[in-house]
Ligand binder design. Structure first.
Ligand code: HEC
Length: 96
């Protein structure tokens, strides 16, 4: 009987660990990207963390050519990464 209780405890622990991982994942998953292959590929590979690297590279490319871009200029919110109405068109020249 005590063997049985131990097994149940272990199963509960495994299940808890599993659900914690499941709730942590979406924070890093992209929800906005649908237009640019580079961003989509980065999202697929490494979620928002990887997408940020693509974004920062685009911002650098723009700066190098004299266009100052800011994250907030295209994203209404830096938690949800919601896009402004013209974000896609503003980003397009720097994604070629
Ligand atoms: C010129 C406009 C523009 C600027 C500036 C910009 N972004 Fe973006 N960002 C976009 C667009 C458009 C997308 C969606 C790409 C797509 O549809 O594939 C995006 C997507 C993202 C995503 C993926 C979000 C998701 O949930 O899909 C992240 C993260 C992100 N940007 C971070 C940043 C960061 C960090 C900066 C500042 C260094 C930044 N962006 C600056 C336009 C911009």
């Amino acid at each position: 009987m005590s063997q049985m209780r131990w097994t149940m405890g272990l199963m509960a622990a495994v299940m808890l660990a599993g659900s914690a991982a499941a709730t942590a994942a979406p924070v890093n998953n992209c929800t906005q990207s649908r237009e640019f292959e580079q961003v989509k590929a980065a999202c697929k590979e490494g979620g928002r963390k990887a997408a940020k690297r693509v974004m920062k590279a685009a911002v650098r490319r723009a700066r190098a050519q004299g266009t100052k871009l800011k994250c907030k200029g295209c994203h209404e919110n830096l938690d949800s990464w919601a896009l402004t109405a013209d974000a896609v068109e503003k980003l397009r020249p720097w994604m070629q």
